[in-house]
Design a binder for this molecule. Structure first.
Ligand SMILES: Nc1ncnc2c1ncn2[C@@H]1O[C@H](COP(=O)(O)OP(=O)(O)O)[C@@H](O)[C@H]1O
Ligand SMILES: [Mg+2]
Length: 369
């Protein structure tokens, strides 16, 4: 039932276009994330859906109902904030049963729901505890329980894990998704953390400066970023500048600085164009330079820095044209290299992403503020 649809929605604060002509369709029972850097309009978008603020333009539908003029309390929404917005003078039990009680449910029903959701967030044994007696992770679990207890089918979460430390954050993100799925809720989860969004979402909308740049599954955003910003924001990439010298079938031959030539899928970009080639650190194949003839799509370089990260090894490699690229390889699967060693880097043309050089420059295009 709670599919959420935004049609050309805009919201301005003074001169700032906080949300700029956004259209989105979030499916029923979907776990959907809104991902983008700080200040890009994520909270504003969520508050518009909740009805806490009004759009200047556009329509917002929840289910089949146009809700532009529906007050927040009639939108049937559960809201979880970044800050632990529990009632400080109420214990966990009172916080959780607050919704059912103000909704006028009978005591028995309110209590049954209270027990169910506290079981679900695994805090049943702490029902007497006041917020200041609970850890951050526990408080946020209670906040989720309180939102669930109110019976809403649409759950809005604004950076719900932002104030927790890494380990708790990593566990709780899967728990929140599991609860939303178990209860068949539609969830809209706002975060600036790409790894969080990638790990838990059915689909993600990537935002920049009030606009939605791309919507897709985590895999689609990773495999097929449609802008330099998305390629950079999702997992990061090396950005190499060059010109298309010629095209061969599906591929473009790109001349990088210093005359290095590589190939990538041309994706409709023409000969002569100034381009940016995005190559993810993990798509490079790295080999020791044994002075053999180089394979087709490869460049040589020298290892300048090595960082052992546990699962992966991260190399910084100075290419022969002086560009610096980052290469990441799984620690157990690959040969290891030392600083100063000569290596050959290669990649499949289909695994790199080619973009027209942005008019505003590369740095501005990638800027997160
Ligand atoms: N109530 C407000 N008054 C004025 N400016 C606001 C208000 N709320 C948000 N903004 C501005 O709108 C932009 C988007 O803010 P916000 O939606 O909070 O971003 P995010 O949640 O992605 O960090 C920012 O530039 C912010 O400063
Ligand atoms: Mg925010």
């Amino acid at each position: 039932m709670p599919e959420v649809r935004l049609v050309n929605v805009s919201k301005k604060f003074g001169k700032i276009m906080a949300v700029d002509n956004v259209s989105l369709q979030i499916h029923d029972k979907e776990y959907f994330s809104i991902l983008g850097p700080s200040g890009c309009g994520k909270t504003t978008l969520l508050r518009l859906i909740a009805g806490l603020i009004q759009p200047d333009d556009g329509e917002i539908y929840i289910g089949d109902r146009l809700v532009n003029n529906v007050p927040p309390e009639d939108r049937d929404i559960g809201f979880v904030f970044q800050t632990f917005a529990l009632f400080p003078h109420m214990n966990a039990w009172e916080n959780v049963t607050y919704g059912p009680r103000v909704k006028g449910f009978d005591m028995q029903k309110a209590e049954r729901i209270g027990h169910e959701v506290l079981e679900m967030v695994k805090l049943h044994e702490r029902l007497d505890a006041f917020p200041n007696e609970l850890s951050g992770g526990m408080m946020q679990r209670i906040a989720v329980a309180r939102a669930l207890a109110a019976g809403a089918k649409l759950l809005l979460l604004d950076e719900p894990l932002g104030h927790l430390d890494a380990k708790v954050r990593n566990e709780l993100r899967y728990e929140i998704r599991r609860m939303a799925k178990d209860l068949e809720l539609t969830a809209i989860h706002v975060t600036h953390d790409q790894s969080e969004a990638m790990a838990i979402s059915d689909r993600i909308a990537v935002m920049k400066k009030g606009k939605v740049l791309q919507v897709g599954t985590p895999q689609e955003l990773y495999m097929n970023p449609q802008s330099i910003f998305v390629a950079n924001f999702i997992g990061g990439a090396n950005f190499l500048e060059g010109y298309i010298m010629e095209t061969r079938d599906k591929n473009a031959v790109i001349e990088l600085r210093g005359g290095l030539r590589v190939q990538a899928l041309k994706k409709g970009i023409d000969r002569g164009e100034r381009v940016v080639l995005a190559v993810k650190p993990e798509t490079f194949i790295i080999e020791r330079d044994r002075g053999k003839k180089k394979s087709e799509n490869s460049v040589s370089g020298v290892i300048e820095r090595v960082a052992f990260e546990g699962t992966n090894i991260r190399y910084e490699v100075r290419l022969e044209n002086q560009d610096l690229v980052v290469v990441v390889t799984p620690s157990l699967a690959c040969e290891w290299f030392n600083i100063g060693e000569k290596v050959i880097l290669s990649f499949q043309p289909e695994s790199a992403h080619l973009f027209v050089y942005p008019e505003t420059g590369l740095r501005e295009e990638m800027a997160v503020e």
